[in-house]
Design a protein around this ligand. Structure first.
Ligand SMILES: NC(=O)c1ccc[n+]([C@@H]2O[C@H](COP(=O)([O-])OP(=O)(O)OC[C@H]3O[C@@H](n4cnc5c(N)ncnc54)[C@H](OP(=O)(O)O)[C@@H]3O)[C@@H](O)[C@H]2O)c1
Length: 276
């Protein structure tokens, strides 16, 4: 059922994760990230997606302190960056993130990229952090099927989430089916293709039909496709716009039109070929 912004999905360990949240990549630390989170929380968002790499965990922590929402009602995700992968390094990186966020635990801790030769050791550190209760859930980002298969050969805990680039031009059909078979929830990063999809003529037609914006059409497609989504904006009117998707429904035919837009086109790096 899709009813409101605070709808959750249940991860395979029983943790409830909001299906919709705010991304804060490329949002400056300090007032910019603090204000974005305040606008979002005021609009009803409860999930925030940051990362050590974004260099704004301090500001995210400050925002959490300033907003009047009980900690247990928030869902905070952060990630271990590539330079810090490996067992001991990840444990140390987690401590740093937690300190910056000024939290006792995060809701979701993710491996940011599948760094070759490292991600299995990194995963062991995440399993330890999870067992200690300092991350309520753990997962990965940017894992192809073969990365997941490789990880699962040794993992004691199956990732609860795989956060990947996903939008109508890169709909990740096979990966979604594989993740569903393992009960790994798929979360979309760059759900708007960083703005690139907003000029698409077919999406514009659907937007006109439903009296919505293209961004709203895409984000509603995410929800109706069981994809967790975390659009980023620093502007209050867009933060509100992106969340105003609970008052209409895409038909099966609309969904098929959006599904047919896939071009396997990435805005970011391919997880099999990245140099950072
Ligand atoms: N795990 C990973 O490797 C990874 C990689 C990339 C991103 N992420 C996460 O995913 C989140 C979202 O992805 P993203 O930030 O790359 O891209 P995105 O959410 O697809 O797009 C963000 C861009 O679209 C603009 N925008 C947002 N809403 C809009 C609207 N309604 N109308 C017009 N323009 C709009 C934003 O500009 P304004 O801010 O000016 O509104 C920004 O330039 C990130 O913030 C991050 O948390 C994770």
């Amino acid at each position: 059922m899709i009813t409101n912004l605070q709808d959750t999905v249940t991860l395979h360990n029983g943790v409830k994760m909001p299906k919709f949240g705010l991304g804060v990549y490329k949002v400056e630390d300090g007032s910019e990230v603090i204000n974005s989170i305040k606008y979002a929380v005021k609009a009803g968002y409860r999930a925030i997606d940051t990362a050590a790499f974004y260099k704004n965990e301090d500001g995210v922590g400050q925002a959490i302190k300033e907003i009047d929402i009980p900690r247990e009602d928030l869902f905070i995700t952060t990630k271990v960056w590539n330079d810090n992968q490996g067992y001991e390094e990840t444990l140390a990186a987690f401590e740093k993130s937690l300190k910056k966020l000024n939290l006792d635990y995060v809701d979701l801790y993710l491996v940011h990229w599948p760094v070759k030769g490292k991600y299995k050791e990194t995963w062991k550190a995440l399993e330890k952090i999870y067992r200690e209760g300092r991350a309520k859930a753990i997962g990965v980002c940017n894992f192809h099927i073969h990365h997941l298969e490789d990880l699962l050969e040794e993992a004691e805990i199956c990732p609860m989430v795989n956060q990947v680039e996903l939008h109508p031009y890169l709909s990740q059909v096979e990966l979604r089916a594989y993740c569903a078979s393992k009960d790994i929830k798929v979360e979309a990063w760059s759900p708007l293709g960083r703005g690139r999809l907003l000029d698409d003529s077919k999406l514009a037609e659907l937007a006109k039909k439903h009296n919505k914006t293209v961004a709203q059409i895409i984000l509603r497609w995410d929800l109706q496709s069981d994809i967790i989504t975390i659009p980023k904006s620093t502007k209050e009117h867009r933060i509100i716009e992106n969340a105003t998707i609970y008052d209409f429904e895409l038909t099966d035919a609309d969904m098929q039109v959006i599904d047919s837009l896939n071009r396997n086109e990435r805005t970011g790096a391919d997880p099999d070929n990245f140099d950072f």
